[in-house]
Design a protein around this ligand. Structure first.
Ligand SMILES: *Cc1c(COP(=O)(O)O)cnc(C)c1O
Length: 847
């Protein structure tokens, strides 16, 4: 029989056990081993059954057990200590409170997914885990963040395999009342409702759940509320499901609804209003549109409102893969945000222009509204997630700043990091400083982690085979799967094609020989989900599963279904080598290799993402890329890179691991723990965001009141109106041939239309030139006006250009808008170059 209704009965905790609730509902337990141990000891079996979820566990503890614990003075004392420790953690001054300078009173962090713990499965992969690590480190540092996201009733999906090795998806329902969440309510106890207007008079309402991530509140909007029509109830049904409209509604709820939830939260709790808004990828882009609406409603006007919003907004782009960026037909956006929809009060043309791609749509295609473009146009500060990705993003989005070289595009980078207390094995945390361990102790510690993984793999593999229809009698072989003394490689990540899950299978015989090597075998643990709509990815998984089903190799390679946070921790800790072979430069950063490094795992990776900036021979091995060599032929490229991978494993990795004495191997493990570990931290990342992006954004926000924004908007309009008349008319240099160490007198005649010299900057860009006369490392030198305009209205500008090095040298002259409230030179997207260089005009911000 099927129940018509389900609900959970909450255990009433005896008075002495009341602090258990606080400890279970604050997710700090997920990165605090002592609290976790204490919670587990309440009911070790229940802990295991609940999948290490204390809230769920507490719903199943028997009254007898609770009574016994309440009478156990030792337990109650430990509980009080843990609760006091949590309260200290939540209130004591931390790094942020001691940091110098003007910092924001609060920062809102919007993300479509958050991976905090397996007990709150609201993530699909790296983007969400990163957001979770960002909040946790912010909490540890005392940074006043507020997270904003959606609560998906099915999370992402659970992955199983069928008998043929095909991925199967299921979507178990999550009941928020069984999750570590509390509902946001008004002071009178009534639940907070956020509503959005949809076309055709429909409305989309959502309730707001709060999770406590240490000191950081996380607000999650949930559309499964009474009063919503069925279609609207399903807006937050699952991550990255549905079609274009479903996705658009999710992003409207995240950006617009999220802003309204945030305002309600601050009003009710008295929390400081955020001064800085951080969009984790373009999905949250509509938060800018909602803030423009708020300001516009005060009569500030669209342009000035946009300028005010921009100064306090930070946008992080996470992917150089175009398919990873959300784009919607403009018409669909207009229908939802224009007259008759949400944000109807705003100028619809102006709003659409914020998301319009700079390139013309392909013939026969509608113009697209691009969420990353929206993010870049509504955020004054933007970044990629590794040094290499920053450069790739500057190229990728250079079209938004025509006339500027990609290296001037105002997108910086902050390399991602990972939250050490979450991702470091307890055994390592407890061992203290690993540099103090002897070689034998360190080797044994790593072996212990590997052995734990071997046992976990066998248990998971047995579960998987049962799901695939095998009887226990057929599964005896699983007891011999993997060997705690064999070199263990890990490869786990989502399965988009650029990550090349099956590169290792390129030459199956060669790969088998590595697995089955008589003296120096390797073993491999593989995991990863393919997006449900990605048939290609599912075929790759099946190919890998089929290979690992082969009785000849199945004791040396396993594919584990349902990769998620619960599995990931043991995997990172237990693998000796973390393998990563994306198509460079498509892995913007990658974080799993960092988590492996925190546990002393060595990286074997293509020089992409973070590894490009931090790889050293002491930390692992670099898989050479063949992008140039193969002349763009993907087959040849894969073949070359796979061959290099096999050679590396056979000739370098395995001999090093199996060498007698293991000296070099342990030296590398120590170097990884000691020198790489401190770089890959989310604490380092959050500090960089605070000092490099949040603090300047807060300062700019404070300087930009409505009057200043109005002035800047008026300035921009005036400059834009005059710009067609701005020109570099004539440039001349002295007669003498230039000599090293000397200076080149430069004189330029500049037309400014009706603008004054104080409203522009005139620069010479000088430096080395390549064969095609392109400036390769151009540096700007300001030119000064000399006297008034001539009879033709041209201003004379001069400078002496230093000549610091011999060889081919070049220069050009350009005019830029200049205003104290502009954060970067390309901000208005306007520049004028000498006519034979073309006079370019762009529209980064204004129409
Ligand atoms: C870290 C992590 C990821 C992201 O790994 P990448 O190397 O960035 O692909 C994905 N899923 C889980 C469960 C993780 O822990």
């Amino acid at each position: 029989m099927k129940a018509i209704r389900r609900f959970s009965v909450t255990a009433v905790l005896p008075e002495p056990l009341r602090p258990l609730r606080e400890l279970a509902f604050n997710l700090r337990w997920s990165w605090h081993p002592d609290t976790r141990d204490l919670l587990r000891s309440v009911d070790p079996d229940g802990w295991r059954r609940s999948g290490a979820d204390p809230v769920r566990m507490l719903t199943s503890v028997t009254a007898d057990r609770l009574a016994a614990l309440a009478a156990d003075r030792g337990f109650v004392r430990r509980l009080d200590v843990a609760a006091a420790d949590l309260r200290d953690y939540l209130t004591e001054p931390r790094w942020y409170q001691r940091a110098e300078g003007e910092l924001p009173r609060a920062v809102a962090y919007f993300s479509p997914e958050f991976g905090i713990t397996a007990a709150l499965p609201q993530y699909s992969g790296g983007l969400g885990i990163l957001a979770g690590d960002h909040l946790k480190s912010a909490s540890d540092l005392g940074a006043p963040l507020i997270g904003v996201g959606l609560l998906y009733r099915h999370g992402y999906f659970r992955q199983t395999l069928d008998a043929e090795g095909q991925q199967r998806e299921s979507y178990p329902v999550l009941d928020p009342r069984e999750l570590p969440l509390t509902e946001l309510t008004e002071h009178d106890g009534s639940p907070v409702r956020v509503t959005l207007a949809l076309p055709g008079g429909r409305t989309l309402a959502a309730r707001v759940w709060q999770a406590a991530v240490g000191r950081v509140p996380l607000l999650l909007l949930d559309s499964a509320v009474d009063g919503n029509a069925p279609a609207e109830r399903d807006v937050t049904d699952r991550l990255y499901g549905g079609g274009s409209e479903h996705r658009l509604l999710q992003e409207m709820l995240l950006g617009i609804g999220g802003m309204r939830a945030l305002r309600a939260y601050c009003r009710i709790t008295g929390h400081a209003e955020p001064e800085v808004f951080h969009m984790n990828e373009g999905h949250a882009g509509f938060l800018g549109a909602e803030r423009i609406r708020e300001l516009d409603a005060l009569g500030i006007g669209f342009d000035a409102a946009t300028r005010m919003v921009r100064v306090g907004t930070v946008f992080t782009t996470h992917t150089p893969v175009p398919a990873g960026i959300d784009r919607f037909p403009e018409e669909l956006v207009a229908q939802h945000l224009g007259p008759g929809g949400e944000l109807a009060a705003l100028d619809p043309g102006a709003l659409l222009a914020l998301g319009r791609e700079p390139q013309e749509p392909e013939p026969g295609h509608q113009p697209q509204f691009n969420m990353a473009v929206l993010g870049l146009r509504t955020a004054q500060r933007a970044n990629g997630v590794s040094t290499l990705h920053g450069a790739v993003a500057r190229e990728m989005f250079a079209g938004l700043w025509p006339g500027f070289d990609p290296d001037e595009v105002p997108i910086t980078s902050v390399t991602n990091g990972v939250h050490a207390p979450t991702w470091t094995a307890d055994a390592l945390l407890r061992a203290g400083d690993p540099q103090q361990l002897t070689d034998t102790e360190l080797w044994e510690l790593r072996r212990g982690l590997r052995e734990n993984l071997v046992h976990e793999v066998r248990a998971r593999l047995r579960d998987s085979w049962r799901q695939r229809g095998a009887g226990d009698g057929e599964l005896g072989w699983i007891d011999d799967v993997l060997d705690p003394d064999v070199l263990t490689l890990g490869f786990a990540r989502r399965v988009p094609s650029y990550k090349r899950l099956t590169l290792m299978l390129r030459d199956p015989e060669r790969f088998k020989a590595l697995l089955l090597h008589p003296e120096r075998p390797i073993q491999l643990v593989v995991a990863g989900k393919a997006h449900p709509a990605d048939e290609g990815g599912k075929r790759l998984i099946q190919e890998l599963v089929r290979f690992s089903d082969d009785p000849e190799v199945r004791h040396r390679i396993v594919y584990l279904p349902d990769y998620g946070m619960a599995m990931a921790r043991g995997l990172y800790a237990g693998c000796d080598v973390w393998l990563n072979n994306p198509l460079r430069p498509l892995e913007a950063c990658g974080t799993s290799g960092m988590k492996s490094a925190l546990n002393g795992g060595l990286n074997l990776s293509v020089r992409d993402g973070w590894w490009d900036e931090w790889c050293e021979p002491d930390f692992g091995w670099e898989i050479p890329t063949a992008d140039g060599l193969a002349g763009g032929d993907p087959e040849r490229r894969d073949a070359a890179e796979a061959a290099a991978l096999y050679r590396l494993i056979e000739e370098r990795v395995a001999p090093c691991f199996y060498a007698r004495g293991r000296g070099r191997w342990l030296e590398m493990v120590r170097a990884t723990l000691g020198r790489l570990g401190p770089k890959v931290l989310a604490d380092r990342m959050v500090r960089e965001y605070v000092t490099g992006l949040y603090a300047p954004a807060a300062r700019a926000h404070r300087a930009m009141d409505a009057a200043a924004a109005g002035e800047l908007a008026a300035y921009a309009e005036r400059v834009r109106g005059e710009w067609p008349k701005v020109a570099v008319d004539h440039v001349e240099t002295g007669e003498e041939p230039p000599v090293l160490g000397g200076a080149l007198p430069l004189r330029a005649r500049i037309r400014l239309g009706e603008l004054e010299p104080a409203q522009v900057e005139v620069q010479a860009i000088t430096g080395r030139v390549d064969e095609s006369d392109r400036l390769v490392d151009g540096a700007p030198i300001p030119l000064k006006p000399d006297g008034g305009p001539d009879l033709e209205g041209r201003w004379t500008y001069t400078a002496d250009i230093p000549l610091p090095h011999p060889g081919p040298f070049g220069y050009t002259v350009r005019v830029l808008p200049s205003h104290p409230l502009l954060a970067t030179r390309p901000e208005l997207g306007l520049t004028a170059l000498p006519r034979d260089n073309g006079t370019e005009e762009a529209g980064i911000l204004l129409r």
